[in-house]
Write a protein that binds this ligand. Structure first.
Ligand SMILES: [Zn+2]
Ligand SMILES: [Zn+2]
Length: 383
């Protein structure tokens, strides 16, 4: 606060280039230039990167299907793929982007490593894209605007030049917490060596240790086969879970409850709820672990004392919201008809209608009502 001169942040390594240009109204304004490696625009770089990954990845799947690579490699896809996935769902999404819980330093480092392994941009850029997605969902300022159809929301947004409205609105976004986060800064600064280590060297070494007969090319293709699988599962949250499914909590938004996406994306498919209450660490109303392994992961680390201050919303509050903006019948079906009687009707804040949707816990746009109804589980002693 109070700094007003033009300064450059050091949080760049040619992947994310941020230029702090001043202070407006006590907040900071960013100019976001989308520069990829070798000075390329990001969408040009993404075309090369994703094309290469898909050619080699599909060849990997082809060899697995034919049996020229042992099909038992799939047994390693699940632990390795889901470890990387937890870096996205628990780390990038629920911890850094939405601040739904707090984590000890060792857990932050673990999540940062897993997130790097998933190779879906550095945490800083991933979270910036995601916060703007929540605040401007289905508008031209939404990076993966689902109103432009499945292909654009799924992957097209990475292959085209970004809409200027995204950069314009991102310039108003408060990213102070990420800018000041030492783990995020470390990852951004050393992104490329960390990526080579976590995405290539370690998993390929693990595949080689278990399947020593595989040659280098086969190992690389198998690793890319796993990579593109985790990519498409993540992308389904932006595409399928915004286009298909039920809307028990808010009928007025695209985001939907999609059980299949929740199953594949370890709990990230309960998207209608998530867009209504992005501060909830479960990203779903129910804590059932069957289709929410990410909640299981957080609860497990909470039991170990490494995750704490878990944010959630009381069922009677959710129920009242359902009555106000959602569909009671669909909600009954989702919960197995557990009507809790006449919930006190959740009222809107006076200014809720004029606020933008919040990106999560810590966003000044979060309605006062949300602050009042959000519960904190496993509170830290200092709280
Ligand atoms: Zn989200
Ligand atoms: Zn969404």
């Amino acid at each position: 606060m109070g700094r007003s001169s033009e300064t450059n942040t050091n949080i760049n390594n040619n992947v994310v280039e941020e230029k702090r240009v001043g202070v407006v109204g006590g907040g900071r304004t960013y100019v976001c230039t989308m520069t990829g490696p070798f000075g390329m625009e990001m969408h040009h770089w993404n075309r090369i990167w994703l094309s290469t990954a898909h050619i080699l990845g599909f060849h990997g799947w082809y060899m697995i299907a034919l049996g020229s690579v042992p099909r038992s490699v799939l047994a390693l896809f699940f632990p390795l793929g889901y470890f990387a996935g937890m870096g996205i769902t628990v780390g990038c999404h629920r911890y850094w982007a939405h601040r739904t819980f707090k984590a000890t330093f060792p857990l932050q480092v673990l999540l940062m490593y897993a997130q790097t392994m998933a190779a879906q941009y550095p945490i800083f850029k991933w979270c910036r894209d995601h916060r703007i997605h929540h605040k401007y969902t289905e508008t031209s300022a939404d990076p993966h605007n689902a109103s432009r159809g499945f292909w654009f929301a799924h992957v097209g947004w990475l292959l085209e030049r970004m809409d200027p409205a995204v950069q314009e609105k991102e310039a108003t976004l408060d990213l102070t917490d990420l800018d000041n986060d030492p783990v995020v800064r470390f990852q951004t600064k050393y992104y490329w060596p960390l990526l080579v280590l976590s995405m290539y060297l370690v998993p390929i070494w693990i595949f080689h240790s278990v399947f020593g007969s595989l040659g280098v090319y086969e190992l690389v293709c198998v690793n890319y086969a796993m990579y593109i699988s985790t990519l498409h599962i993540t992308w389904l949250v932006n595409s399928a879970a915004h286009l298909w499914g039920s809307k028990p909590y808010d009928k007025g938004i695209y985001a939907s409850e999609n059980g299949l996406v929740a199953l594949l994306a370890v709990g990230e498919g309960w998207h209608n709820y998530h867009h209504v209450y992005p501060q909830d660490y479960k990203a779903a109303e129910l804590g059932a672990y069957g289709r929410n392994w990410s909640a299981l992961f957080i609860d497990t680390f909470a039991a170990l004392g490494m995750a704490y201050d878990l944010k959630t919303v009381a069922p009677h509050v959710v129920r009242a919201r359902v009555k106000r903006t959602g569909d009671v019948k669909l909600h009954d079906e989702l919960l197995g008809n557990q009507d809790e009687g006449d919930a006190e009707c959740e009222s809107e804040d006076d200014d809720e209608g004029t606020r933008l949707p919040p990106w999560g816990w810590g966003d000044p746009d979060i309605p006062l009502k949300h602050l009042a109804v959000t519960q904190t589980l496993r509170q830290s002693k200092a709280a």
